[in-house]
Design a protein around this ligand. Structure first.
Ligand code: URA
Length: 197
């Protein structure tokens, strides 16, 4: 895959990035995650899509390749999207933080806060945000409870001056051995396909 010299995005994606979208510098040291970083992991897909899926944080494969959701969770997300007829390239996919936390732990409040300006610039102008899992819901909704209580129940968040629909759902990693979570994530994907694409 051809990478842009200026961005860690694939070239066509970088070219289409909305002007308000900002990215960390390659040498970013806004939080301690810089220490173990191989690559920044920036949004992928259609950066102008009205739909964005927000995951937790890059894992080992994502850190190596500089692309979100390309490891085991990504493969499952790809399969579910394919099954449900949602073309991954028609949505934007990003994470709460752009660097891999050590041992794949969840990002801390401080790490998410350090990356918030970038995430906000990615979410601005979206019509719907799909929050994949606990970290995404903690960061964007301030929600600390059980995912089962909020999955597929509409919320909204304010990004700068805009109110945006937020659909909480399970992270693909939580679906790997769980049929009910998989069904719930499939339902989210179907809804996005039917109502927003
Ligand atoms: N899990 C995430 O939350 N994001 C990725 O990019 C990969 C795995």
């Amino acid at each position: 895959m051809k990478q842009s010299r200026l961005f860690n995005y694939v070239e066509e994606e970088a070219d289409s990035a909305p002007s308000e979208m900002i990215r960390p510098k390659d040498c970013c040291k806004l939080c301690g995650l810089c220490v173990g970083r191989t690559n920044l992991v920036l949004p992928s897909g259609d950066l102008r899509s009205k739909v964005v899926f927000v995951g937790e944080a890059p894992g080992e494969t994502e850190d190596k390749l500089g692309r979100p959701f390309v490891g085991k969770s990504g493969k499952l997300l790809d399969r579910l999207m394919k099954d449900e007829g949602l073309d991954r390239s028609k949505v934007m996919i990003t994470n709460t933080v752009k660097c891999r936390p050590p041992n794949n732990r969840a990002p801390t409040e401080e790490e998410m806060a350090a990356c918030r300006q970038f995430l906000e610039s990615e979410l601005y102008e979206k019509e719907v945000i799909v929050g994949l899992g606990k970290s995404s819901c903690r960061d964007l909704l301030g929600y600390e409870g059980k995912m089962g209580d909020i999955v597929n129940k509409d919320r909204s968040i304010v990004v700068r001056d805009r109110e945006i629909l937020f659909i909480p759902t399970y992270h693909p990693a939580a679906c790997i051995y769980n049929r009910d979570s998989t069904d719930a994530l499939r339902a989210t994907i179907r809804r996005v396909r039917d109502e927003f694409l």
